[in-house]
Design a protein around this ligand. Structure first.
Ligand code: ZN
Length: 252
């Protein structure tokens, strides 16, 4: 009987942790969102793990279509390639925090997580003169300490509704995977880097990008940054509800 109770309790705790850490709609460990308003014909393009030597090629494609995107950068990469981060902002794109060294945050202490985020805020501020307000946790995995740290650093978590898995798929598979999953208010996650590795090979992503953009435009969508999408969520009260503790607005 006791053994069965322990097994059940362990299962409930494991399910709670899995939901809080990895489920896009969870608000248990900090404020976040993974899509925009369902009624909008807008899509947000986001890129993770940069800046890298491939970022400028991605910026060139975005410029060709007149699109602004959101780049979730690793602080270590920003410190290595500050000019590319600066060029990203000068080109009209948004920069978010993606931790300093791309660790799975769930495995680390609160002090370590705070340091990862603070160092990245500083790296981005030094390179671009801008202080990020958006954060994407590495691997999309959150941790309990993020609730406090997000408040301290004024960061909102942005996850995604469509992930291209462009770190291992070919151009054709990336295009298929992304365009088949497009819905109003979608947030697409692609990569302009490869964690903190040097010389990330993002050729498949760069080649897939024009077809992804053209298909989405043909479907009647326009592109916004993740920050612009968040502003729309905040003004559309039907997408939000007051947390049961009465302190925090959360996404439904
Ligand atoms: Zn990443």
């Amino acid at each position: 009987m006791l053994g069965k109770l322990l097994l059940t309790t362990t299962g409930v705790v494991a399910s709670y942790i899995a939901y809080s850490a990895a489920c896009p709609i969870s608000q248990n460990w900090g404020r976040g969102f993974h899509r925009g308003p369902r009624g909008s014909r807008q899509i947000a393009l986001t890129f993770d793990d940069g800046p890298s030597e491939s970022t400028l090629d991605i910026l060139a494609v975005l410029e060709l279509y007149g699109i602004s995107a959101t780049f979730f950068c690793c602080g270590a990469n920003v410190d290595r390639l500050p000019e590319i981060s600066k060029a990203t902002v000068v080109a009209g794109h948004e920069i978010g925090n993606h931790s300093y060294s791309h660790p799975p945050l769930l495995m680390h202490s609160k002090d370590y997580v705070r340091q990862e985020l603070q160092k990245t805020q500083l790296a981005i501020q030094n390179a671009t003169g801008k202080q990020p307000h958006l954060f994407r946790p590495p691997y999309g995995l959150r941790t309990p300490s993020l609730t406090d740290i997000q408040s301290e650093l004024d960061l909102t978590v942005v996850l995604w509704s469509v992930i291209g898995q462009d770190w291992h798929f070919s151009k054709k598979r990336i295009v298929q995977r992304v365009t088949r999953r497009i819905e109003p208010g979608g947030i697409i996650c692609l990569h302009d880097g490869d964690t903190t590795n040097l010389h990330a090979d993002r050729r498949e992503t760069i080649q897939a990008l024009p077809e992804i953009i053209e298909t989405i435009l043909e479907m009647g969508y326009s592109f916004v940054t993740a920050g612009e999408m968040l502003q729309q969520l905040e003004t559309k009260t039907d997408n939000w509800r007051v947390h049961k503790r009465g302190k925090q607005k959360i996404l439904r």
